[in-house]
Write a new protein. Sequence first.
Length: 112
Amino acid sequence: MRPREWYRAEIRWAVMEDKQGLRSWEDAVYFFLSEDSDSAFQHALQIGWRERDAHEEGRRWVEKRLARIVSLDCLGTDQTEFEVQLGRQRAKERLPFEHEFNPEGAQPVSVF
């Protein structure tokens, strides 16, 4: 039996409104174990289909539809941590070069 490897899949859904059409895109990154790239792709598709949604918003019908698997990467077998790049954003405040940050002094918030 081959050891399972870690995979990273970026999945995209289209949020569609019956009167308007495409409203927005939703992207998420999932990490999971799989036997090989073919079964990893199937696993990513299962996740995408599982996370579909449909509901009414007032008089509008809204559906979250699986659009595509954007990327699928094999990360190997011995991963102990993962990085997800969240992009860059322009600074909205001005800080002098001499500014010192204090990451130990602020407690992180929970997103769940």
